[in-house]
Design a protein around this ligand. Structure first.
Ligand SMILES: [Ca+2]
Ligand SMILES: [Ca+2]
Ligand SMILES: [Ca+2]
Length: 193
């Protein structure tokens, strides 16, 4: 409903009195010209334009060879700026699978089986971080793992029994072979070995 007010300078002033509760209409108070307006809601949809990012592409860690399987060694963490599944990161180990494992959600790196310094003193691991886009975007982290030695091997003889012929005329404190040095204790009855 449009009403006008007599008595203004030009005799009439227009105003919208009712029928437009949401305010879509405006009226010129002098000319009475009606105009419409509308609110427009713009929703910006995210796209997968950011790959997961590690703070550094390479890290070094040091692990004792005595660490038990399952012990946490390192936590890989990548940040993806996208939202929803486009920003959801899954971790995967690309190398050295038999010895190590990575938890896909947390990025926790742990041992599957024990390390052995005497077998391998270094391992180079690559962990990938992949988002949930289609196609997915991926970044890699290289972990240079150095194995710390621990004293886990007692001295061992190559054989459990050795036989070396020794002359009874051999002087005391003699070397009987390049490999063995035997101090003969001269006392009966063991002097005739
Ligand atoms: Ca995005
Ligand atoms: Ca992403
Ligand atoms: Ca060792």
């Amino acid at each position: 409903m449009i009403i006008f007010f007599p008595g203004s300078k030009f005799g009439v002033r227009y105003s919208i009195y009712s029928g437009d509760p949401d305010g879509y209409l405006t009226i010129d108070p002098i000319s009475g010209t009606l105009r419409t307006s509308a609110r427009v809601h713009i929703v910006i949809e995210d796209v997968n334009d950011n790959a997961p990012e590690f703070a550094s592409s390479k890290v070094r860690i040091s692990v004792r060879e005595s660490e038990p399987p399952g012990a946490p060694l390192y936590t890989a963490h990548a940040v993806d700026k996208d939202s929803g599944q486009y920003g959801t990161v899954t971790y995967r180990l690309l190398t050295d699978g038999p010895l190590f494992r990575v938890e896909p959600k947390s990025g926790d790196l742990s041992l599957r089986s024990p390390l052995d310094y005497e077998t391998a003193q270094r391992h180079s691991l690559v962990i990938s971080a992949t988002d949930g886009g289609t196609p997915p975007l991926t970044s890699n982290l290289t972990i240079l793992l150095e194995v710390q030695d621990v004293n886990d091997n007692p001295p061992v003889f190559e054989r459990t029994e050795y036989s070396v012929p020794v002359s009874e005329a051999l002087p005391v404190d003699s070397q009987v072979s390049p490999l063995f040095y035997i101090i003969l204790m001269i006392s009966e009855p063991f002097s005739k070995l």
